[in-house]
Design a binder for this molecule. Structure first.
Ligand code: CA
Length: 233
């Protein structure tokens, strides 16, 4: 496995430990210690995944994330020291794929990195158009499963890998209600670790993109106190 992970973390000992952990797990790692050089490295070295601390000198992790998202869909995991940052980290406009709260276990972080990379890789191997592209249509929304593409009224939407995976999972079983835990396990690819906000926030982001009125969704419906389902129109 020769995926490259960019570690952007100003605390040198944490950066070193992360580098060591992922080298041992068989990845190539590169390190940056402030926001601007992290952004530079991401754009120039084109890593396969970015671990991005929120509190960084020069430019904070959220701004770095926003800047990266202007040109790249590289998987990003935000490292946050505070619980109250989580909502901001997962915010609609930011576009991070995941986050982990310090102190984190190396095992949990490695599991998340692996899951994200696995999905990113299957995206690349599926990027060749196939003859029998499988297409799911509902109302004005068209999901091309093989091409990782979502269109609304014929216009391609700018959608992250995680948002796509979630939409695809729901749309492949229309009208079937899934709990947040089940979605977390199947779409995020790791065992349920106690925080289902990730699911809610990703649903919110998806609605912003595919619904005419995100406050009155027609496609992704909330089943109160149970979960979510995709409505085939
Ligand atoms: Ca820091």
């Amino acid at each position: 496995m020769d995926a490259t992970i960019l570690i952007v973390e100003d605390e040198k000992n944490i950066n070193d430990v992360l580098g060591f952990t992922f080298s041992k797990a068989g990845y190539k790692t590169i390190s940056a210690y402030d926001g601007p050089s992290g952004l530079d490295m991401c754009l120039n070295e084109k890593p396969d995944l970015v671990l991005l601390d929120v509190n960084l000198p020069g430019m904070d992790g959220m701004d770095v994330c926003k800047q990266i998202r202007k040109t790249s869909n590289v998987p990003i995991i935000m490292l946050t020291a505070r619980e109250d940052e989580v909502d901001k980290v997962l915010g609609l406009e930011l576009g991070a794929d995941d986050y982990i709260t310090k102190p984190y276990s190396a095992r949990e972080l490695t599991a998340r990195v692996k899951a994200l990379l696995r999905r990113a890789t299957s995206e690349n191997t599926n990027s060749q158009p196939k003859e029998n592209s499988s297409i799911i249509t509902s109302g004005d929304v068209t999901i091309n499963v093989d091409r990782y593409e979502v269109k609304k009224n014929g216009k391609t939407l700018d959608i992250t890998l995680r948002e796509f995976e979630l939409l695809k999972f729901l749309a492949e079983a229309p009208d079937q209600i899934f709990s947040r835990e089940v979605l977390l396990e199947n779409v995020w690819g790791y065992e349920y670790l106690g925080d289902v906000r990730t699911v809610d926030v990703t649903i919110r982001r998806l609605r912003e993109k595919i619904e005419d009125d995100p406050s009155m969704p027609r496609y992704i419906i909330t089943k109160r106190s149970i979960g979510y389902y995709f409505n085939k129109i």
